[in-house]
Design a protein around this ligand. Sequence first.
Ligand code: SF4
Length: 369
Amino acid sequence: MRKIDLIEDFRSSSRIRALLRLIYKELDREINIMEVCGGHTHTIVKYGLNQVVPKGIRFIHGPGCPVCVMPKERIDQAIALSEKEDVILVTLGDMIKVPGSNSSLAKKRAEGKDVRVVYSPIDSVRIARDNPGKKVVYFAIGFETTAPMTASVIEIALKEGIRNLFFHINHILILPAMNVIIDRKESNIDAFIAPSHVSVITGASMYNNIVEKYRTPLVVAGFEPVDVLEGVLMVIKQFKDKRREVEIQYRRAISWDGNRKAQYLIERFFKTRDSFRWRGLGNIPVSGLQLRKEYEFMDVEVVFSEILPKGNVEDHQLCICGDILRGVAKPTDCPVFGRGCSPINPLGACMVSSEGACAVYYKYGAVDG
Ligand code: SF4
């Protein structure tokens, strides 16, 4: 029996063509599909799926890029921390390029501040161990996907008795944001392709309520072009059969219940905040995580409270990243897309991350399909 090639079989042009034939045959109405995750936006634009599906299928890019939705004031806090002489600021790749009010972590690093990019959060333990005279701050960002990794780093730090490692927690939850977007009815969403990385942790049953409440088909699909097109076909079939369900296309990674160990780690170290501010979406109740009270001795927002800038900070007046994240505008609607704003000199967060809609459109020269 032939082994399935997890990459090539899911990018096969013959399978893509076959799926497109079925999609053209089955589609009998217009459908606006929000792909919530920036990873799906990347696939859709990279492979030009938005240009080859029938005109009746419209992809609406969603808020599932954690770097993109993080408001400027949180970046400003990271920058303020990096300015302290006894602090080593540690974070993951894209974060350092995101513009704050007047600077970025990349600029601070160029000025000689100790800002370090790590491939895994666990590296922050080693950095703390190697630098006992410094305060090491891990700027933790991401959805439910990465929160368990931060939790396991906390667990290791506690086990090893490391006292100079602190956490700036910017973990957020996708479901409250999806509810807000569909509630506001600004972007006319008919169906969702749900975020798959998040679903690996939470399980697909998390979406049952949103489907019941709003009667929107929802498919958890994988990240290859065949996955996305299969997800679109499953959405079309739900409409044809008058079903409104949560379905899993990405069966090789997603279960209904998710990863219990990861859920336990989140539960053990974090609680939900009353509210968290998202770029473009504003304050969303219970949409962010923070450390539980018993761990506040490692919580940056407690330990470094006095030096953290307070208050909300608005985006550059020309940047429409917030509208893009709400699904009411496309990158090409921005007056400075590719002119004043590019990946080399990003004006807004959506131009930074490889999951950001503006960066994806820029990289692949996308036109709206
Ligand atoms: S192109 Fe740049 S300025 Fe325009 S919306 Fe995107 S990130 Fe903002």
